[in-house]
Design a protein. Structure first.
Lengths: 486, 308
């Protein structure tokens, strides 16, 4: 244990947001005691992980407790017996002599995964005849199934974006992690920027931007409906300070802001409390507080009821006095509740006005859009708040809306270097004499439209089209004429 | 101007980007009294640039105009003078994210080359991080040093002129991430491991040839790196075009209405039979891929150094 505590590195603490990893599968969890966690068909408690360094690997032992697993020395590869090819290997499903029950018995006996794999190899009639490569592949496959090792790692954009794309792509509009990587770079996201972000990716894009800004600068998150969803953002485990320069602004007020008729009088309706915990929005914290206050009031009345039942020595007068006191405190509490609610509303209003002022400065350093909404109205409106010579990036799951966006932006002017692109990503298996791209690859990761803002000139429409001509890639004359009419 | 922070107005000593039109731009060193020739005429720095807002339109002497842009590492990558083959933003984006770079990160890189990736790393790790970059070619190392100073980022980077395979990065156990873009990266894996923090970090090796990748993966495994993963990323660009396709003339069906098969409700026009409404042309908007695209830059191999 002395050796363990001497190791440097950040340690897993209770309350931390961590990521469970088994081979290529990830799951984000909050480290809480006595909380059952299910991951990859195993269930366990994280209690034993607390205090270990991030990166520690564990095994699930009986009772669901985690035991740290030391990195075992790989058994030296002595020249085993192997065949040359598979011409004589017949796949009749009967080559493994151990039955399902046999294996279960081994597991029940508590035999370690490594030993089970060894047993499977010894009881396979075809193993000796396989080529070395096939044997390798067989062992890897069995290890993956029976040597269940879980690593606990620190969250990062890399890990969370990979996790979300694999587990819940629908929540992030099928934004593939390399596409997200492109957005962060094309958008020149860095410490000190003042960013405008509009996303409906559960807060993953927001989190990625916050990570790249390191708490420096500011972010204004635009949101639809009652409040922004930041489920994924909490998984990053950012310090409190990062949230002090994070603002939010309702999309429903954008038009009024742009036209100069903004007023803080009508706030958007309260967030939907029926949303599942996963997708907690801003307002639910408020809800929880009022609930706590309400239960306190209830328990007070209960206490009074109890004292009456147990037949206290107190006189009826005392009881009456207590009852009146109870009523008074109940009234007081109700008044407090109302005052608290009013104070919160005032605070929200104040923040809204502050955020509106930040937007009205029209000097944001960039705009990132990644949402389920059609991108054109978002871009055309939100670009108003961005300074000239700043990048913007729009993500869309589909190409066609970005074609429309591109066209409308050209018509509007004030942007250059427009580029519509997507990235193609391929994974490789690299082994001696067995290197090749992997069998499956992602079919698509979404599309990006990026560009740079420039000062808007008040020019006539034909000057604009001249500009468009210059900015467009040189094409044959015939095509050019047609384009001007689009 | 700053490569690591935005400023609003152009100042003497800035590196600005002159944008002439589609994919046509170049960097310019802004100086009092300086003049820059463009195909639209001359730009006089003192009157046309200094004091103007970045993003402004500048009219040149012959009447044409250009836009002056604030530099970013991405614009720099597209316009920097090449001393070697460089990494482009597509690979740079993936490297940045997969190495988990962020403000405060300490990064080791070799070879510096033309400084394309270096500028991107510096931008990401600023203001509290640092880049240690190693280049074995003396002139390239000096040029890189010069550029970092011109771009006012020298406080965030240390350039070393040595061979990383023989002498490492010159630092021990300080890096969160190491990047290798050298001919024989497997010879530097050991040095990379010692440059990385004891508690761990990330490594990336970029190699054009699969044979290099194979050797490097083996070396990584032997040195105890985990999560070894090789991938490649390619950029597909689309041109937004309005396309007009001509409707073919398929002629007409039988001229007379002798009732040999067509009912009267079925018009004899091929257009209605084959789904097209009128003669002439059909117009639509399309994202058309380019005729040629980059098909390969290099394989990116990532791995994690872990205590376990």
């Amino acid at each position: 244990m002395a050796e363990e505590s001497a190791r440097p590195g950040p340690r897993i603490r209770e309350g931390d947001w961590a990521v469970l990893k088994r081979d290529e599968v990830f799951k984000a969890v909050q480290v809480l005691r006595r909380r059952k966690v299910i991951f990859e068909k195993q269930w366990f408690y994280l209690d034993n992980a607390i205090g270990h360094i991030y990166g520690t690997t564990f095994e699930v032992s009986t009772g669901g407790s985690l035991q740290p697993k030391k990195k075992m020395e790989e058994t030296t590869t002595e020249t085993k017996e192997a065949g040359t090819d598979n011409r004589n290997i017949v796949d009749d499903g009967k080559s493994q002599k151990l039955t399902h029950d046999d294996i279960q018995a081994l597991k029940d006996k508590g035999i370690k995964g490594q030993e089970i794999v060894q047993q499977l190899i010894e009881n396979s009639t075809t193993f000796r005849g396989k080529t070395e490569f096939a044997q390798d592949k067989y062992i890897k496959k069995k290890k993956k199934k029976y040597e269940a090792v879980i690593t606990i790692v620190k969250p990062s954009t890399r890990i969370l974006s990979t996790m979300y794309y694999a587990r819940e792509p629908g929540k992030i509009n099928h934004l593939r992690y390399d596409t997200l990587a492109q957005m962060l770079t094309l958008g020149n996201i860095r410490a000190g920027n003042k960013m405008i972000v509009m996303e409906t990716c559960a807060g993953l894009v927001l989190g990625a931007i916050m990570e790249r800004m390191g708490g420096h600068g500011s972010i204004i998150q635009m949101y639809p409906g009652g409040g922004p969803v930041r489920a994924a953002t909490s998984c990053f485990g950012f310090p409190e300070s990062f949230f002090r320069t994070l603002y939010e602004f309702p999309l429903s007020k954008v038009c009024s802001l742009v036209s100069g008729t903004f007023s803080s009088e009508t706030l958007p309706s309260e967030p939907d409390y029926n949303v599942p915990v996963e997708e907690e929005s801003n307002g639910s914290l408020e809800e929880k507080q009022t609930l706590i206050q309400e239960t306190e009031v209830e328990s007070n009345t209960e206490a009074v009821m109890e004292s009456i039942e147990t037949g206290d020595q107190e006189t009826m007068d005392d009881l009456a006095a207590e009852d009146a006191e109870c009523k008074e405190s109940k009234e007081r509490r109700n008044k407090e509740n109302i005052r608290e609610k009013q104070r919160k509303q005032q605070e929200r209003k104040r923040k809204l006005v502050e955020t509106a002022a930040l937007l009205e400065e029209k000097n944001a350093d960039g705009l990132i859009v990644a949402s389920k909404f059609h991108p054109t109205p978002l871009l055309l409106s939100l670009l108003e708040f961005v300074a000239p010579s700043r990048p913007f990036v729009v993500y869309c799951q589909y190409k066609e809306p970005l074609l429309d966006c591109y066209t409308k932006l050209r018509e509007k002017g004030g942007v250059i270097n427009l580029k519509l692109s997507e990235t193609w990503l391929r994974n490789y298996q690299v082994l001696p004499d067995r290197s090749h791209p992997k069998l499956m690859m992602s079919g698509g990761g979404g599309y990006l439209l990026s560009g740079i803002t420039v000062t808007m000139e008040k020019v006539q429409s034909d000057a604009n089209s001249l500009e468009a001509q210059k900015i467009e890639e040189p094409v044959s004359k015939k095509r050019k004429l047609e384009e001007l009419h689009c | 101007m700053s490569f690591v922070e935005y400023r609003d107005t152009i100042k003497d000593g800035d590196t600005a980007i002159v944008f002439l039109g589609h994919e046509s731009m170049f960097p310019v060193k802004v100086q009092h009294g300086g003049k820059t020739q463009t195909k639209y005429g001359v730009i006089r720095h003192s009157t046309d640039l200094i004091g103007k807002r970045y993003g402004s339109k500048v009219t040149c002497s012959k009447g044409g105009w250009v836009f002056i842009l604030h530099p970013t590492p991405e614009l720099w990558t597209m316009n920097l003078p090449h001393r070697t083959q460089i990494l482009y933003s597509t690979d740079i984006s993936l490297i940045t994210m997969m190495l988990e770079l962020k403000p405060g990160s300490i990064v080791c890189e070799s070879g510096t080359g033309s400084g394309s990736l270096s500028h991107a790393i510096i931008r990401t790790v600023a203001p509290t991080g640092h880049l240690y970059t190693v280049e074995f070619h003396q002139q390239r190392a000096e040029k890189a040093e010069e550029e970092f100073q011109e771009h006012k980022v020298e406080h965030l980077v240390t350039v070393k002129n040595q061979d990383v395979c023989k002498n490492g990065f010159g630092v021990s156990n300080v890096a969160d991430a190491v990047f290798l873009d050298i001919p024989s990266p497997w010879e530097a894996i050991g040095h990379a491991k010692s440059a990385l923090k004891i508690e761990g970090g990330r490594i990336c090796s970029f190699s054009p040839c699969i044979e290099q990748v194979q050797r490097t993966c083996l070396a990584m495994e032997e040195h105890g790196f985990t999560e070894i993963n090789t991938l490649e990323s390619l950029l597909r660009v689309y041109n937004v075009r309005t396309v007009s396709l001509q409707i073919p003339d398929l002629g007409k069906a039988a001229e007379d209405n002798s009732g040999t098969g067509f009912d009267s409700s079925n018009q004899s026009n091929p257009e209605s039979l084959y789904g097209i409404l009128q003669q002439g042309t059909a117009q639509f908007k399309s994202g058309v891929p380019l005729k040629e695209m980059v098909g390969h830059t290099g394989y990116l191999t990532f791995a994690t150094k872990s205590l376990f």
